[in-house]
Ligand binder design. Structure first.
Ligand code: GLN
Length: 408
């Protein structure tokens, strides 16, 4: 009996530590436009790139963060020292009417590069099929390991998000780029590069019809809608929803990369929707910023933004299962925020506020306005991140907006 039991143990071998290919000793350096430089070793693609250097305080979910389209153009520094220890899963789900066909947040790695203190050369997870280094190599994304990410983070916290150059191999011996050579992703309309070009549908036989404006949607946002049996139609970010709005029960605006000012066109179209349409509208992150701009609020660039899965937000109003005065721990990834102005535009009120920096974390239409509109700066759909707001906040997404304000 005992022997038989032991013989079965190899079934568990997928969960045991797996050795990835040993890392190369190719030198690598992160050079910041402000002059500082950090030397380390290359992993992933041996290719030098430019980008905007940001840090994330998330402890897990490097695979979800790296495939989140909102990280496009960014050099992502992880403050957690050991990254890669559970490898990378096969990023494929059945591509059918229910799903966009991935298990992570999009098909590709979206960030421009990753910077880690110590990349794991061994990985261990039952779903892992490759190492972080091999995954980066396959996607032509460079990484640097062996740098003091704490020092980089302290710098970025003081001087703000900074343009950077990831130099690999021979490039590390060359002079740092001149100031004007640094590429600034926020000057481009990144949303236009990533948004779907043509409308498509998920779960067409769903019981409630939701239109989604795609600014660079994380897959889990679409899954969250389908899971609640929505028939989801995903439109390009600048599609004029006003031309089809009679066919829908609700409108959802997704997350997305870059400066929201490039999407002013969408905010202006939404302004008309807000004036003429009274069905529920809900937005996450970029979607929330677009709703705010349509309502007449300004968006501004924060010093270093908020990226991580441990951001506390205070609810200022009660609505649905949200209780005023409660703090919720949330997942975030943003550089811009809506300006807290006093008074708020007529018919609107702040909904959540960040406990660390007092930035606006949510807005909503007032009950008196008769509208049913919410936006949250954080990611209630939480992939990755704490599940706190999945249960208790507006993460019930547009459905909770609907439940809160009217019965379907
Ligand atoms: N995750 C997002 O949607 C981010 C929104 C916007 N690109 C920002 O950085 O603030």
């Amino acid at each position: 009996m005992f022997v038989r039991h032991i013989i079965r143990i190899p079934n568990l071998s997928r969960g045991l530590a797996t050795h990835a290919r040993p890392l190369s000793a190719v030198p690598a350096a992160l050079r910041l436009k402000t002059g500082q430089s950090f030397q380390g070793r290359s992993f992933g693609a041996e290719k030098s790139i430019f980008g905007e250097t940001v840090f994330s305080t998330s402890i897990t979910s490097y695979t979800e963060s790296m495939t989140d389209p909102s990280y496009r153009g960014q050099i992502l520094v992880f403050t957690t020292p050991l990254i890669g220890n559970y490898g990378v899963p096969l990023n494929k789900a059945p591509f059918d009417s229910q799903d966009v066909g991935v298990v992570l947040e999009s098909q590709n790695i979206q960030c421009a590069a990753v910077i880690v203190g110590d990349v794991a050369e061994k990985f261990s997870h039952h779903a892992a099929v490759e190492s972080l280094a091999d995954w980066c190599k396959r996607h032509n994304v460079p990484g640097i390991t062996g740098v003091d990410t704490r020092a980089i983070t302290r710098l970025l916290r003081d001087q703000g998000t900074t343009l950077g150059h990831v130099a690999i191999g021979a490039d590390t011996y060359l002079d740092a780029p001149k100031e004007h050579e640094y590429w600034d992703p926020s000057a481009e309309n990144l949303v236009d590069q990533i948004s779907t070009k043509i409308p498509y549908q998920l779960n067409p036989s769903g019981s409630i019809k939701i239109a989604v404006l795609d600014f660079g949607a994380k897959a889990n946002i679409l899954r969250a809608l389908v899971r609640r049996d929505a028939a989801v139609t995903v439109f390009p970010w600048n599609y004029d929803f006003n031309t089809v709005r009679d066919e829908f029960d609700g409108l959802f605006l997704t997350n997305g990369p870059g400066d929201p000012v490039h999407c002013m066109e969408a905010a202006l179209k939404l302004r008309r929707t807000l004036q003429e349409w009274s069905k529920p509208i809900f937005g996450i992150c970029m979607g929330h910023q677009i709703i705010g701009m349509a309502a007449g609020l300004d968006a501004y660039r924060m010093t270093f933004g908020n990226r991580g899965h441990n951001q506390p937000v205070l609810a200022l109003a009660s609505a649905g299962s949200i209780k005023a005065g409660r703090v919720y721990v949330t997942s975030q990834n943003h550089q811009y925020a809506l300006k807290l102005q006093d008074p708020f535009p007529a018919g609107w009120e702040p909904f959540f506020i960040n406990c660390n920096d007092s930035s606006v974390e949510g807005i909503k239409s007032t009950v008196e306005s008769g509208k049913k509109v919410w936006g949250v700066q954080f990611h209630p759909e939480s992939a990755g991140g704490p599940l706190d707001t999945i249960e208790v906040s507006c993460s019930q997404s547009i459905f909770e907006v609907m439940d809160t304000y009217y019965t379907l």
